[in-house]
Structures are given as C-alpha cells and as structure tokens.
Design a protein around this ligand. Structure first.
Ligand code: COA
Length: 374
C-alpha cells in the first residue's frame, strides 16, 4: 500500500480541531464549530485555537486589542501593493503580499504574537489590494470595528450592515480550522524544517488556491449561473457528469456524510441570500446529490463547505475572485495554531516514496566525452 494522496494516513497528533468524517462532526478544541459560529465572535475563536481554551470575555480583551493594534500596514507593505499588477488575481496578490511582510518580524520559532500579526494584517492587505485594482485609495482600519466587520469596511469604504458582517463572521469561524487539510499540512511541512511562519502561510495560500481544496466556491456559484433555473438543473448536471466533470462543492476526502459546515452555511444562506438564489441553490444541491448517487454509487459524495460557502459569500456581496482569498483570511487562525503546535514538538516531516523508475542504467562508453566535443 502506498497510501496515494495519504488517504487515512495519520501524520502526527493534534489537539486543535477534530474532524469526525463518518459522523459529520467538526469541533475546535472540543467545541462544535457550528455552536461556536452561532454564539461567538471570530476573535474568541482565535483565542480558542491559539491558546486552547475559551476566553473569559467575548470578544477576548487582550487578543482583540492586539489584533486591532496590528491591522494598520507598515509603509513597506503598501509599497509592495503599489507594485503589484492591478490585473493580478487577488489570491496571487495575497500570496505575494504575505510573503513580502517583514520577515525579520517572523523568525523561527513562531510565537502567538506572530500568529496575531498574520491574522490581523492579511485582511488589511487584501482590502488595500482590492481597492487599488479599482483605482481607489486604501481605507485605514477602524479601531472601533471588530475583525470581520472591519474587513468588509476596508473593502467597501463604509461600515457594513450588522447582518451582513455577522454572516461573514460566522463563515470565518466555520472555516477557521479543519484538521490536517492540504494547506495546513503544507504549512506544517514548511514549519517542520524550522522555516518561518510567513513561509508556511505563503505555502498554505498556494495549496488553498487549487480547486480541489479552497478554489471551488466561485466555481460553485458559476455553476448556479450556468444552470440559471431550477428546472434546468437535471439536464445540466447529468451532462456535466457524462463529460466526467467534477461538480464543485460536492465530495470530501474526510466526510462521508454531509459536511457539518455545509449544514451551518446553508442556514446562513437561507437568511442572507436572495430567496430566488437560495431556491436555485437548494434545487441544484438536491439534483446533484441524486445524480452523484446514481453516477458514483460506490462513493459517498455529499455537499461540502464550498457549495454553501460560495452562496454565503455571494450574498454578503464579495466579488467572486475574493472568495478563496477570504477563505484564506479565515484560515489564518488555524494556520497560526498549527504552526505553534508543530514547533512545540517538532520533527522534520519527510515521508518516503516507493521508487518505480528504471534502475541500474549506465551511460554508454564515451557518451559524455562525445557531448563535450560538440
Ligand atoms: N463530482 C463528480 N465526481 C466526484 C466528485 C464531484 N464533486 N467528487 C468525487 N468524485 C468522484 C471522482 O471522480 C472519483 O470517481 P472515479 O474513481 O470514478 O474517477 C471518486 O469520486 C473519488 O474521487 P477522489 O478524487 O479519489 O476523492 P478524494 O477524496 O480524493 O476527493 C475532493 C475529494 C474534494 C477532491 C473531490 O470530492 C472533488 O474533486 N470535489 C470537487 C471539488 C471541490 O468541491 N473541492 C472543495 C473541497 S472542500
């Protein structure tokens, strides 16, 4: 057995989040993620993930103050944004901007302060890039606004309505961490070489970008656009499956029942999306699940986080190419917690591979000399 894709391979131990794929449960430090998303603010979940316990206050006084203080960008970061091509995809821009943060402030080993810096700065970076590509000046962080409200405020240049900000905050909490997902694993591999948090986060962003991980939500809402009306769903989906295409927002390596985040996000979408859009999404989901059951009877394919995540981000009013970068902002909390956990008990992550290429070959006599005389 080579464990292709490392399926079911336990690569270590973690006490951060628990993904129970067979039961469809996700908890952070023992608390169900959906319960946290209903009750708390994102800053409290940052506290929980980084420090391992719930704060005494919501929002947690100390962490909240630290995050607010770290939101403004240093002049160097703004200069980097100025030099990015305005046509760059925001996810590529985010990867570059994170990589270009002051590396001297992030020496190995990672610290909580570094983690908070990463979490606090990334929304400001992304919002400043988003505004610049539309020819608008950056909006300074508002020290009176919470983390997620301020992200929307810096994007839009005005205080968002509380319902919209709260929908996005619940999204941020639900996506804050998720076991040994591909980007977190990639970050932990980087940290395990005793490289720094910024390098790990840059790698994480690169891994998250792919459609098999975090790159699916915009494609899921594009599918809704292409289907257009509930009565078109059956034909469209069957044709896509006949072409052996993957339906974005369905299937998961860990969950063989419904992704609990999909359930929570569906409820958020019910309260925020236009009723017509919500009804279309429900019809597409129903049809896709039925068609996938018929087309892949042996696979247990259910709705994943990206399908309803896309509908929620659309309802909040984010442009599509900000969906995956926004997922990355939410995940910085989990990445920071995993960097701390990896460094606290580090061993180089360096797996093996079964070699299947040719062996015992030799260059023909004189081959090298012949080349040199060319
Ligand atoms: N649509 C159609 N078929 C799908 C599917 C989907 N969304 N997800 C899985 N399958 C099929 C595969 O084609 C494959 O069938 P085959 O063996 O006949 O080729 C089978 O199910 C197993 O797929 P595999 O890629 O081995 O499963 P995995 O555990 O590695 O994949 C995902 C998990 C998420 C990569 C996969 O479900 C997927 O590509 N989903 C769509 C993209 C997406 O929503 N990404 C966000 C993930 S949160």
């Amino acid at each position: 057995m080579t464990g292709k894709g490392l399926e079911s391979v336990e690569v270590g131990e973690s006490a951060i989040s628990f993904v129970e794929g067979a039961q469809g449960r996700l908890s952070f430090r023992g608390y169900p993620a959906s319960e946290l998303a209903r009750a708390l603010c994102y800053e409290s979940v940052v506290h929980l993930l980084l420090r391992g316990s719930l704060p005494a206050d919501d929002p947690p006084r100390e962490i909240d103050a630290e995050l607010r203080a770290r939101r403004p960008l240093p002049a160097g970061a703004l200069a980097v944004i100025e030099h990015l091509p305005p046509g760059a995809a925001p996810m590529d821009a985010l990867r570059t901007m994170v990589s270009a943060l002051d590396g001297h402030a992030f020496p190995y080993p990672p610290t909580e302060t570094q983690g908070l810096e990463l979490i606090a700065r990334t929304p400001t970076l992304l919002a400043a890039f988003e505004r610049r590509r539309h020819g608008a000046p950056p909006v300074d962080p508002d020290p009176g606004a919470g983390h997620v409200t301020d992200y929307l405020g810096m994007l839009e240049g005005r205080r968002p309505e509380p319902e919209r900000a709260r929908a996005l905050e619940r999204y941020f909490i639900l996506l804050a961490d998720h076991g040994m997902n591909a980007s977190t694993f990639a970050l932990r591999v980087v940290l395990s070489t005793q490289s720094d948090l910024l390098s790990g986060a840059t790698t994480g962003i690169g891994a998250l970008k792919g459609p098999l991980h975090g790159g699916a939500p915009a494609k899921a809402v594009e599918m809704l656009d292409a289907i257009g009306r509930p009565e078109n769903a059956e034909e469209w989906i069957r044709a896509a499956l006949a072409r052996h295409e993957r339906l974005m927002g369905f299937g998961h390596r860990a969950y063989k029942v419904e992704d609990p985040r999909a359930e929570a996000l569906r409820e958020i979408a019910r309260g925020t999306a236009r009723p017509e859009r919500f009804r279309l999404a429900e019809a597409v989901e129903r049809t896709a699940l039925r068609a996938l059951r018929e087309a892949k009877p042996r696979e247990r394919i259910y709705t994943n986080v990206e399908f309803w995540g896309g509908v929620v981000l659309e309802a909040v009013g984010l442009p599509r190419d900000l969906f995956t970068p926004t997922f990355a902002l939410a995940r910085t909390a989990g990445w920071a917690a995993h960097a701390l956990e990896q460094a606290a008990d580090n061993r180089l992550i360096r797996p093996d591979v079964r070699y299947v290429g040719p062996r015992d070959l030799h260059l023909p006599p004189g081959a090298i000399a012949g080349r040199r005389s060319d």
